[in-house]
Structure formats: structure tokens, C-alpha cells
Design a protein around this ligand. Structure first.
Ligand code: G3I
Length: 348
């Protein structure tokens, strides 16, 4: 008995994140794929579609183990008037996730876009000064993180704070609060929910060297100051008219080496319309490579797509003549990209 106990105690501890061996059978859907690989596969959620479209809702809940609100948790959505909070949409996402065993990425606490008009105009006309702005930001972060304490696995605390040339983005935050706002945002979020994983999130970070270097140094600085930062989010808005970012896995590894969790947070692969079988095949290859890159880096624990059906995607509204960026078509029929993901086997 004592010997058995000693043997048990002496047995090596299981790895913190067991990674299954390559699985013999292709997955039947993304939920099973996520299980096979030991990662989370998520999507951005359009709340109106979640409410009004039963086929969208069913597909969402069948396929995904992780969800991000596409717009419902942004500042303009949750506090359109000063002090008047509108949580209905965000709450609906959280409740749907609870019922369907999905974890949640909170998006986003601090951004330069989709800020409420009362805030931007107040800063512009000087009725909100720097001291008040800092207090408003502290209150916003604290209120939102506290509301979902214990329910949100990971927060995109700061979103897109670096410009393409590697300088800090000239947002109202930098201009009025100075660069220290980034550390403040992480500290306030951590105080409001000490268990949530706190991320810095950005686009073009898959390949843009100045952005990569600045973001790495932001993370190093934060860590050196003891600021709670836990993850790096690569948005992953790709297009087949551009080369696939071939060095992406190495970039992920550089952030992982700083002790961060890595996530692909907003993956989509757009194309110039019309759709052709060749373009769909190229798109499938980009999705496959993104998943393979994530799986090749132990710290990469989540791959989230920015919408799962071409019926609801931000792309056509933003890039004229482009679209078809997601895994399923408008009728929720799987595209080659979906099938390519299911065929990906095991971590390297
Ligand atoms: O709120 C109004 C609504 O009142 C009105 O009825 C409707 C009519 O068009 O417009 C609504 O606002 C739109 C909003 O999405 C909510 O649907 C805006 O016009 C539209 O510009 C906005 O676009 C969102 C965009 O962020 C804004 O920057 C996209 O849906 C959303 O996918 C996109 O997501 C961002 C991530 O948050 C950060 N990374 C990049 C990514 C893609 O741009």
C-alpha cells in the first residue's frame, strides 16, 4: 500500500497541456477537431444572427468551443450614452456560450475604433480632460471585466495599439494619457478579474517586422514592470491575393518565448470576387497552413475565425469587390477550406 502510494507519488506529472498524438480519423466537425488537437476553435458571433437565424445558431453551437462577440462587447455597444450601459447583446452571447459549453474571448476593452460619440466628442471639444479620460477608462475596464468575472476566459485588453511603421498608434489614449495607458489597462483588468487571461491583440502582426518588434518590446517592458499580460493575439486577416505569411509560426514562437499564450483571434481569408474553384483551393491552403502553424507552436491554444459563414462577414463591407472569406458559404455549406481544416492531423 505504502509502496503503491510512493510509486504514484514518484510517477512523473502529466504534461500541463497534453497534446494528443495524430488522430487516425479525420474529424467530423470543428468541435471534434478542436478536441483531437487539444486546442480551442472559436468564431466571432453576430448577435443579430444568433437571435434571428436558427440555422446560424445551430451551426455555431455545434461547431465551436470558443466565441468572441464581433461587436457586442465594444465600448460603443455597451455604453452608447455616458453612464447608460446596454448589456443585452453581450449578455445574450455569454448566456448562449454557457448553455453550449463554449469559452469566451472578450473583445475588446480598449481600442481606437467603435468608441461612443460622447467620449470622442468630449475629448475633442475639451470637456473631457486627461485626468477625467483616465478615470473614464479605468471605470470602463473595471465595470466590464467585473460584470463577466469568471465567465470570460481571455480578454483582448488592448487592440491595435501599434501602427504599421512600428510607432505607437496616435489614438486619443496615447495623445492624452501617454504610453503608460497600456500598463494601466492591463492592471485594471487584472484587478477586476484576476483569473482572466489578458491579451494584446493586433493585425498584420503575422508578417510586419516593425509591428512585430515594437509589440515584442511592449510585452518585454510590461513583463519587466510586473504588469499582468498573458497572451498575444494574432488577428490573421489574410487575403489570397497576398502571399501567405510564411514566417508566422516563428513569430508566434518569439512571443511564446516571452511566456505568452498565443492565439489566432480573427482568422479569415478573403479573395477578389468572383469566387472560382482555384481561389477556393488557395483559400483552403491558407486556412490549413494557419491551423498547422498554430499546432506547431505549443503555446498556441486557440484559433478563432472572424465569422464562419459568408452570409455574415465584415469583408464585403470593407473591401470593395472582395469577399467569400469564411469557411462556409451563405447557405452554410462547407467550402474547401472547412474540409481542409478537418483533414489536419495532430500536433507536430
Ligand atoms: O451600429 C450600427 C447600427 O446601428 C446600424 O444599424 C448598422 C447599419 O450598417 O451599422 C452598425 O454599425 C456597424 C457595426 O459594425 C455593427 O454592425 C458599423 O457600420 C460597421 O463599421 C462595424 O464594422 C465592424 C468593424 O469591426 C468596425 O471597426 C465589423 O462588423 C467587425 O467585424 C470589425 O471587427 C474588427 C475587430 O473588432 C478588430 N480587428 C479588425 C476587425 C475587422 O475590421
Amino acid at each position: 500500500m505504502i509502496l503503491a502510494l510512493a510509486l504514484v507519488l514518484a510517477a512523473p506529472a502529466p504534461p500541463a497541456h497534453p497534446h494528443p498524438h495524430p488522430h487516425p480519423h479525420p474529424a467530423k466537425d470543428l468541435r471534434q477537431l478542436a478536441q483531437q488537437h487539444g486546442i480551442k476553435i472559436g468564431t466571432a458571433v453576430d448577435i443579430a444572427a444568433l437571435r434571428d437565424e436558427p440555422d446560424y445558431r445551430q451551426r455555431l453551437n455545434r461547431e465551436f468551443t470558443h466565441v468572441t462577440a464581433e461587436n457586442a462587447m465594444k465600448w460603443e455597444s455597451v455604453e452608447p450614452e455616458r453612464g447608460v450601459y446596454t448589456w443585452d447583446d453581450a449578455d445574450a452571447l455569454v448566456e448562449n456560450a454557457r448553455r453550449n459549453h463554449q469559452q469566451i474571448r472578450g473583445h475588446t476593452l480598449l481600442w481606437h475604433n467603435q468608441l461612443p460619440a460622447w467620449l470622442t466628442s468630449g475629448v475633442e471639444d475639451g470637456t473631457i480632460d486627461a485626468t477625467e479620460l483616465r478615470e473614464i477608462l479605468r471605470e470602463h475596464i473595471t465595470t466590464q471585466v467585473r460584470r463577466y468575472k469568471g465567465k470570460i476566459r481571455a480578454w483582448d485588453v488592448v487592440n491595435e495599439v501599434v501602427e504599421e511603421d512600428g510607432s505607437l498608434r496616435q489614438s486619443i489614449w496615447l495623445q492624452h494619457l501617454g504610453p503608460g495607458y497600456i500598463a494601466d489597462a492591463f492592471r485594471w483588468a487584472h484587478r477586476a478579474d484576476p483569473h482572466a487571461k489578458l491579451f494584446i491583440n493586433d493585425y498584420n502582426l503575422e508578417w510586419n517586422a516593425p509591428k512585430i518588434e515594437t509589440t515584442l518590446s511592449i510585452v518585454k517592458d510590461l513583463k519587466a514592470q510586473g504588469v499582468p499580460i498573458h497572451g498575444i493575439g494574432f488577428q490573421g486577416h489574410l487575403g489570397i491575393q497576398y502571399d501567405y505569411p510564411a514566417d508566422w509560426a516563428n513569430v508566434m514562437r518569439r512571443f511564446a518565448d516571452l511566456g505568452l499564450e498565443v492565439a489566432i483571434t480573427e482568422l479569415d481569408v478573403r479573395m477578389v470576387l468572383p469566387v472560382t474553384p482555384e481561389k477556393l483551393a488557395t483559400q483552403a491552403e491558407y486556412y490549413r497552413r494557419a491551423l498547422t502553424d498554430c499546432l506547431s507552436v505549443r503555446a498556441c491554444r486557440e484559433m478563432t475565425v472572424w465569422g464562419f459563414t459568408d452570409r455574415h462577414s465584415w469583408v464585403p463591407g470593407w473591401f470593395e469587390g472582395e469577399g467569400a472569406a469564411t469557411l462556409l458559404d451563405e447557405n452554410l455549406a462547407p467550402k474547401p477550406a472547412y474540409k481542409a481544416l478537418l483533414a489536419v492531423r495532430g500536433r507536430k
